[in-house]
Design a protein around this ligand. Structure first.
Ligand SMILES: Nc1ncnc2c1ncn2[C@@H]1O[C@H](COP(=O)(O)OP(=O)(O)OP(=O)(O)O)[C@@H](O)[C@H]1O
Ligand SMILES: [Mg+2]
Length: 457
């Protein structure tokens, strides 16, 4: 590239010129508050180069791949208003004067563009050009380019000024990159912290679940064993009481015997609940229509002057394999609990529907449920509700808040045991003072199996 042979028509030496010094001073101060690379490039074009007698300036930014320059800020003919650039060019490294500066990383001054075959004419024809690289470490970040309609408009002074501007721009770009890196690191750390908190919470929840499962398993095993033994004894007692009854005439002795028989029957019911809770009942599941079970139980309640129950039964509710007798008892328990939660009276709602459970669905399940289709039976009341800390306990055997003699605390524990043994589970939602919803999930039977069995029967 030819050295500038002619006198430049531009700037006095930077060190001797007040305007240049003042401009550099303002640049140094303003640099602190420039927030990003785009603002920086525009600031440099307008407030630095533009203040220093340059009538034209285009700043190019290099891409990460170090192959292409793109015009990102301008002053003069290329910039008619605001931050617009007329026909913003992309120039490959090596092409034209700017491309050569990017490739060689050396500044270029061309005194007479009409003699330079590398010149790429842009919006207007110029006669001389100066272009300096903006380098950060060993990477080219961009170039600062200025053209003039006069021949040999640029010399050593302009080169000194633009090189200084490029160095200051580069220093700021480094700071911005560092800021960007530390912002990203900060956000990564915040995300990692959030993830860790989530994992810790999850782990705590899992530990609590495991502890609960182990506790219930131990209690269940103990209760099951005890209940079996006791049930055998009760069967003997009850059988003998039956035999005796046949031989004893009406009178006080027979009444005493009947009291003993009633106590034995109550004991047997209690033992049955315990066996169910510990999942050691021998279930006899048969294919059932849930809606018809619900209707039967509700009718029994109506016949016994029970609470008002509103039904909302899904039309297309699938069939289920279930021990009908125990399910009836379970539903009675849930209705009784709902009734007890509304001492002033109130309506209970019983609903059935089909539902698909997916892993991660929030359903307030008491025990985990395999993903898939289920048939759901819900009992809703608008009574006292259950406090959050009690939600953990209501499924524990013998947990009751009812007065002595009014509840054994086995209703919900046997409900859960039965539902687990039937391949489903229970969910509970409650707001203290507003009401509760207890839901039973039964595995749905695939519809083709449903049809086969119906036809086969
Ligand atoms: N629908 C409900 N609304 C408010 N609290 C409830 C409801 N269902 C159950 N509970 C609470 O859970 C406890 C345990 O219920 P669970 O059915 O196991 O035993 P219980 O009703 O006390 O006695 P049992 O059912 O053996 O007669 C109840 O004492 C009550 O505090
Ligand atoms: Mg109960």
């Amino acid at each position: 590239m030819p050295e500038s042979a002619l006198e430049s028509v531009g700037l006095p030496p930077a060190s001797e010129d007040k305007t240049t010094l003042k401009t550099f001073n303002s640049f140094a101060i303003d640099l602190i508050s420039i927030p990003n690379a785009e603002d920086l490039f525009w600031y440099v074009a307008r407030n630095v180069v533009g203040r220093l007698n340059f009538v034209d300036c285009v700043i190019y930014q290099a891409d990460d791949a170090q192959t292409t320059l793109t015009q990102v800020a301008a002053l003069g003919g290329k910039n008619p208003f605001g931050r617009s650039i007329i026909n913003p060019l992309k120039i490959p490294f090596g092409q034209g004067i700017t491309g050569q500066v990017a490739q060689t990383r050396q500044a270029i001054i061309v005194d007479d563009l009409s003699l330079d075959e590398n010149y790429i004419e842009d919006t207007q024809r110029a006669r001389s050009e100066i272009c300096v690289p903006v380098m950060c470490e060993d990477r080219i970040v961009g170039v600062i380019d200025s053209e003039h309609t006069d021949v040999a408009a640029f010399g050593a002074d302009e080169l000194e000024v633009l090189t200084t501007i490029a160095a200051m721009t580069c220093a700021k770009l480094k700071l911005l990159a560092e800021e960007d890196r530390s912002n990203r690191r900060y956000h990564d750390l915040v995300a990692a912290h959030a993830q860790l908190s989530r994992e810790t919470t999850n782990r705590k929840a899992l530990e609590a679940e495991l502890f609960n499962a182990r506790k219930l398993e131990t209690v269940g095993r103990l209760t099951g064993r005890f209940a079996h033994e006791f049930n055998n004894l009760l069967t003997v007692m009850s059988g003998n009481l039956d035999l005796l009854q046949e031989d004893i005439a009406d009178g006080p002795q027979r009444e005493a015997l009947q009291d003993a028989q009633t106590a034995a029957t109550k004991g047997a019911t209690l033992i049955q609940s315990m066996l169910t809770f510990s999942q050691r009942t021998r279930l006899t599941p048969t294919r059932q229509n849930l809606n018809s079970i619900v209707k039967d139980v509700v009718e029994q309640n109506v016949a016994a002057n029970g609470p008002v129950i509103e039904l909302s039964l899904g039309q297309d509710v699938g069939k289920i394999d279930v021990d009908r007798k125990i399910l009836e008892t379970v539903l009675q328990h849930l209705i009784a609990n709902a009734r007890d939660a509304m001492p002033q009276g109130g309506e209970i709602r019983v609903e059935t529907d089909n539902i698909t459970h997916a892993l991660g669905d929030e359903r307030s399940l008491v025990t985990p449920l395999v993903s898939g289709p289920y048939v759901r039976l819900s009992v809703l009341d608008f009574g006292n509700g259950i406090a959050p800390h009690e939600l953990q306990q209501i499924f524990d055997p013998f947990y009751t808040t009812k007065p002595a003699g009014a509840g054994t605390g086995l209703g919900l524990s046997m409900t859960l045991g039965f539902m687990q043994q039937s391949g489903g589970t229970v969910a509970v939602q409650s707001v203290a003072g507003t009401g509760s919803t207890l839901e039973l999930y039964f595995p749905a039977i695939p519809s083709h199996e449903n049809d086969l069995l119906t036809i086969g029967r």
